[in-house]
Design a protein around this ligand. Structure first.
Ligand code: THU
Length: 157
């Protein structure tokens, strides 16, 4: 069964990947964050000449979500990635979030009180692999351990 919600998020992430700034790796990643009111916030990887300063697509998308006051409203995330060629990013192998991004996603998951589904695809978007964050980052340390309670921040824009 095709999950239409997953497909829509992957398509949004593919659009975002076209704006990846990835001149060093040549690998474009796009992320799309679905909020509880249906809004979608996107991000793309943002590399830097000082390589270690580069930001992943998921981190960019979730930082933008937080800047909009919506980190507690995250419902699902889509991620795509692939090598950049003459016709844009390509590839069929699903890209799943790096370790640092899993921890960043966990911040949203615990604030939202949801085991967020993470939909992953290659840049061509065909095959979608879906994981729960608890599969990607079991026994996570997060805001809960520091006494921060789940909250829904509500629409602020
Ligand atoms: N990248 C992401 O944006 N997200 C991930 O989860 C994996 C890796 C980016 C970082 C870097 O700009 C490029 O992909 C190659 O590692």
């Amino acid at each position: 069964m095709i999950d239409e919600g997953a497909r829509a998020l992957i398509d949004a992430a593919r659009g975002a990947a076209r704006n990846a700034y990835a001149p060093y790796s040549g690998f474009a990643v796009g992320a799309a964050v679905l909020l509880s009111d249906g809004k979608v916030v996107t991000g793309a990887n943002f590399e830097n000449a000082s390589y270690g300063l580069s930001l992943c697509a998921e981190t960019v998308a979730l930082a933008t979500t937080s800047a909009q006051g919506r980190l507690g409203d995250v419902v699902a995330i889509g991620v795509v990635g692939g090598m950049i060629g003459a016709d844009g990013p390509s590839g069929t192998v699903p890209v799943s979030p790096c370790g640092r991004c899993r921890q960043i996603i966990n911040e949203a998951a615990q604030l939202a009180g949801r085991d967020i589904p993470v939909h992953c695809a290659g840049a061509e978007g065909e095959t979608i692999a879906t994981y729960r964050l608890s599969e990607l980052l079991p026994a996570a340390f997060g805001p809960r351990e520091l006494g921060i309670r789940p909250r829904s921040q509500g629409a602020s824009d």
